[in-house]
Design a protein around this ligand. Structure first.
Ligand SMILES: Nc1ncnc2c1ncn2[C@@H]1O[C@H](COP(=O)(O)OP(=O)(O)OP(=O)(O)O)[C@@H](O)[C@H]1O
Ligand SMILES: [Mg+2]
Length: 305
């Protein structure tokens, strides 16, 4: 796997990351020198090696990269499902890198909606019950819980499928239940790890239309994908290689799911930051992250054009 064959750079506590100054107004996700090292017996796997990213409110970001490059590890940290081995993470202006599991769970429930490739639904529960679950965890009264679950299921066009269990639904419908579950706490940040990885291309477009809609309503969206066609819906693409950010570019306009999945290369990309990105008229322009000061480690390119 790529991550294990890469040169091992020992964690550098004194490294000054590009985002050492922490969050600026409007930033929702800021990481500085983020490391994640898994211990496997006497082996260490450095899944993330000093990631500095800055994502602003209402950005729509795709994270790409080879298998094993650290995308899911990064998403799990951003989504407060796990803690970094080293480095800082500010979510909505708060340093969450040192929080314990209970505190992380509380923040996650409030701020973040997470969508997984494999849907992660309770097999024996109806759509309605699956969507209610986050509200049960945070103690929402039953009547309100049911009303909100119904409302959000209706918003993803599953009003007719509330009493179906996952095995009575298509893949796209299951993913829509999972998205409804991610939305029921009205999070401002939607994180999705390969949300279309198990779907055919037509169904993928339906799911991307939901993300388009959420983005238009003001949510911040970060999704991992292997598929360039899917990444083109985003306004910014960050590629990860061997646990570090390799490239970070703005798309001058995100593809619209409503238009279907056209042939590739519909959205010209500009290196970020660059003159053309700065001249872009899309929302991503305002969300220009400070990626110009990306770290460079020995043996690595911080940027590959
Ligand atoms: N819990 C774990 N324990 C040990 N090593 C892990 C663990 N989770 C991930 N890894 C290792 O960390 C590296 C990054 O894994 P990660 O799942 O983040 O990759 P990925 O980019 O999401 O890959 P894919 O595209 O295949 O989903 C890999 O080398 C993987 O083997
Ligand atoms: Mg993954």
């Amino acid at each position: 796997m790529a991550i294990e064959t890469a040169p091992v750079v020992p964690p550098a506590p004194d490294r000054i990351g590009a985002n050492a100054d922490g969050p600026h107004p409007g930033d929702v996700i800021v990481t500085d020198n983020l490391w994640k090292t898994y211990e496997m017996g006497d082996q260490q796997v450095h899944a993330l090696r000093g990631v500095d990213i800055r994502i602003r409110h209402n950005e729509y970001v795709a994270i790409m990269g080879p298998s094993g490059s650290g995308k899911s590890t990064l998403m799990n940290l951003i989504g407060c499902l796990d803690s970094p081995s080293q480095g800082k993470y500010w979510l909505n202006g708060h340093d969450v890198s040192q929080l314990n599991d209970d505190e992380l769970a509380r923040i996650r429930n409030k701020e973040i909606g997470f969508v997984f490739q494999t849907f992660n639904l309770l097999a024996r529960a109806t759509s309605l019950h699956n969507v209610e679950l986050p509200l049960i965890y945070n103690g929402t009264p039953v009547a309100e819980r049911i009303a909100r679950a119904k409302e959000v299921l209706t918003s993803v066009n599953l009003g007719e499928r509330m009493m179906h269990k996952p095995n009575e639904l298509s893949g796209g419908q299951r993913q829509r239940v999972a998205i409804a579950r991610a939305l029921v706490n009205r999070p401002s940040i939607i994180l999705a790890d390969e949300p279309t990885g198990n779907l055919d291309s037509k169904t993928s477009v339906e799911i991307m239309a939901l993300f388009d809609d959420l983005h238009a309503k003001g949510n911040t969206i970060v999704l991992v994908t292997h598929e360039p066609d899917i990444a083109e819906f985003a306004h910014r693409i960050i590629s990860i290689r061997d646990g570090s950010v390799a490239t970070d570019s703005l798309s001058t306009k995100g593809k619209k799911a409503a238009a279907g999945l056209p042939a590739k290369e519909t959205s010209p990309k500009a290196e970020n930051p660059s003159a053309s990105a700065a001249n872009s008229s899309t929302p991503a322009k305002e969300a220009m992250p400070n990626t110009s000061e990306k770290k460079t480690e020995p043996g690595k390119n911080a940027k590959k054009a």
